[in-house]
Write a protein that binds this ligand. Structure first.
Ligand code: GLN
Length: 478
């Protein structure tokens, strides 16, 4: 089957009778089976996906099809889909089935998308390499000895390897953007609160945001437009109107762009990544945009602040997995207390246990003010400085990740090195602003390099339009 890069291409062929939704699903299912060694999908929903495809074909024929007819989507194993298994790639949710469907997923279905399966990820979305999954690592399709990034690694590889047209993941500190960067696809985290989190397994609730992985910015815009907006089941979701993002992608504005000087001087930044992003900066300047260096004095504080706050929230959120209510329960309990302890020791993987302990520590009575309260204050400073920069500049640009995809096992023995992989993505998460990673080049090993753009809160229309413009420009100049 021909490879499709956007729903627009699919729709053209559907209209011309070149392909049907059923044939698309059959082909994606074959691709998933043929590339099973990538370990991107934990399961596929064959019968149901084919039935959804048939329904979409019928609606296309009689002119009642929704916006997403022809769109075949995979969902990360942190999104609830009624009657389907849901376990955040963890053994602690072994056997658990969703009792309801996440609002975001429900809205996709309502527009006639097909949900093809459940995707592998780091356990409870904690990780940057997809090596923390209890189902084993996902492999980068460009080089099987390398990681796809994480935590939405399966979701990124699924789009990279043509196993579905788009994926829905979650981004707490970069989990959509960083794997997209490693896999050469688009990864988009909207403003915090833009999409309902109802039905998304919580990791760190004041950071968690549903995000999109796709081949084109246009598809990301369309999926955002469908999923965003008020929801009676999530009181934290923004009440703002949802623009028709996908219709707002044309732009001839000359923008004001800042690049954070300190990021480009940061020690761990790979030389090829640096050169590639700097050349984009030059390209934009030549095209008439204003591009200026800006100072962001808190770069050294963002990773520690992020890990104090997210582990604190995680220790609280993951308290509910106690062997009583969901999934796994130990067989070796002798009393109630040993049931709790053994269930959690056996059910959670090592990284999740490490974070629960760290989070419990920073919230403990003696250390609360020294760590948690302090980190909240630093978060405020980071947010205020980021917002201030984004009042002056339309966008901040920086690399998505300091390196291209690293080798499997390279960072597993050193959690600190792994945490530093998040250095460029967590700023947008701490500030709650939207950010996107777009593929802008490849290093000498052929590995993809991602450019990250941040914009002010609810600045998605311009952010998406400008990202689309950059990708078009790169294609034209290549
Ligand atoms: N790598 C980051 C972490 O481990 C980001 C994870 C995420 O965004 N879910 O927390």
């Amino acid at each position: 089957m021909k490879q499709y890069n956007s729903l627009r291409d699919v729709r053209t062929d559907l209209t011309n009778g070149e392909v049907t939704c059923r044939q698309l699903v059959e082909q994606y299912l074959r691709n998933i089976n043929e590339k099973a060694e990538l370990n991107a999908f934990l399961e596929t929903f064959d019968e149901e996906a084919l039935a959804q495809a048939d329904a979409a074909d019928r609606k296309l024929a009689n002119g009642t099809a929704g916006k997403l007819a022809g769109m075949v989507i995979g969902i990360k194993d942190v999104l609830a889909y009624q009657g389907h298994r849901l376990q955040a790639s963890s053994q602690i949710l072994d056997g658990f089935k969703s009792l309801y469907t996440a609002t975001a997923v429900q809205r996709l279905l309502a527009e006639d998308a097909v949900i093809i399966g459940r995707q592998n990820c780091d356990e409870f979305a904690m990780g940057a390499s997809n090596e923390n999954s209890s189902f084993g690592p996902v492999l980068n399709a460009d080089d099987h000895s390398r990681v796809p990034g994480g935590s939405s690694g399966g979701s990124a590889v699924a789009v990279q390897a043509d196993l579905c047209l788009a994926s829905i993941g979650s981004d707490t500190g970069g989990s959509v953007r960083q794997p997209a960067s490693f896999c050469g696809v688009v990864g988009f985290k909207p403003t915090y609160s833009r999409i309902s989190r109802y039905g998304l397994i919580a990791y760190a609730s004041s950071f968690d945001q549903i995000g999109i992985i796709s081949k084109s910015v246009e598809d990301a815009a369309l999926l955002l437009e469908v999923m965003a907006g008020p929801d009676a089941y999530d009181s934290t979701v923004s009440q703002r109107d949802v623009p028709a993002y996908s219709g707002l992608l044309a732009t001839d504005t000359r923008y004001k762009i800042g690049y954070i000087r300190d990021c480009f001087e940061s020690e761990g930044l790979d030389a090829e990544v640096k050169d590639s992003i700097l050349s984009i900066k030059d390209m934009l300047r030549e095209a008439g945009h204003t591009v200026e260096a800006v100072d962001f004095p808190y770069l050294d504080y963002i990773v520690p602040t992020y890990y104090i706050l997210t582990t604190a929230e995680a220790s609280s959120n993951l308290g509910r997995y106690d062997g009583v209510k969901y999934g796994y329960r130990t067989d070796n309990a002798t009393d109630l207390s040993s049931m709790y302890k053994k269930t959690r020791a056996e059910g959670f993987g090592l990284e999740v246990q490490r974070r629960i302990m760290l989070g419990t520590f920073v919230l403990s009575a003696d250390y609360y003010d020294a760590y948690y309260t302090k980190a909240q204050k630093v978060r405020r400073l980071i947010k205020e400085k980021t917002d201030e920069l984004l009042q002056t500049y339309d966008f901040l640009i920086l690399p998505t990740a300091p390196t291209t995809a690293f080798k499997l096992g390279e960072n597993t023995a050193n959690p600190l090195a792994m945490y530093l992989a998040d250095i460029f993505t967590v700023q947008a998460s701490l500030a709650g602003v939207p950010a996107i990673s777009i593929p802008v080049g490849r290093d000498a090993n052929g590995l993809s390099i991602g450019l990250q753009l941040m914009s002010r809160s609810f600045g998605e229309p311009a952010l998406l339009a400008f990202s689309n413009y950059i990708l078009d420009k790169i294609t034209v100049e290549a």
